[in-house]
Design a protein around this ligand. Sequence first.
Ligand code: ADP
Ligand code: AMP
Length: 215
Amino acid sequence: MLIILLGPPGAGKGTQAKRIVSENNLVYISTGEILRKAVKEETSLGFRAKQYMDQGQLVPDELVVEIVKDRLVEPDDKKGALLDGFPRTVTQAKFLDKVLPDVNAKIDRVILIEVEENELIERLTGRRVCSECGANYHVQFQPPKVRNVCDRCGGDLYQRDDDSLETVKERLEVYKQQTEPLISFYQEKELLSTVDGNQDIDGVYKQINSIIEDL
Ligand code: ADP
Ligand code: AMP
């Protein structure tokens, strides 16, 4: 099974993805997480990607497609993969179409999570992330039990550099210009399902789950 989560930054893709992968036994592929890890570990990929990420721009396609290709081969004990934050451009989507037959896979569903812009800004500027396990929190909407400490693993929570108001606005603009064209790209292929992401986390999950159950 191959599922793609599509939607603007802050729509709740990461939050939903973590639950979907654990309940459906899928490999989780988040290009954003992979890139942040590369930046933290100061690899050459991280070094090249950082300048774009800090400014809220997309990392060039040729860097991103390389990291995805290697991960699409799933371990035997998994039932498929979930892509979060990839593809983000039509070029990336076309690349995916080209490599999937090589790994004997096809896209089962692209799930678009739609959320209003003001809500996205609130979600992103209040987001906190666990430095150890990557779990997402929100100071108001999804606070941890103990301030700045991860409920799951006890790791420290931090605010992403690109979650400042200025960079968030830039990322939303980049989404409109470069990623939104994927909506019609996948609509034309009859692969798109849309979910109302303005609901609470459980409500969004229920809608996504009913789409997955029908696959
Ligand atoms: P994305 O991966 O799409 O950028 P996240 O899953 O990281 O988005 O969610 C962004 C922020 O919004 C996080 O702080 C998360 O806790 C919060 N959040 C996610 N889903 C909801 C929701 N349905 N209602 C309120 N807050 C949410
Ligand atoms: P995310 O964690 O999905 O919000 O991604 C954080 C940042 O990583 C983005 O703002 C981009 O700079 C970069 N990034 C993540 N995924 C991609 C992608 N598919 N293409 C280009 N840049 C990406």
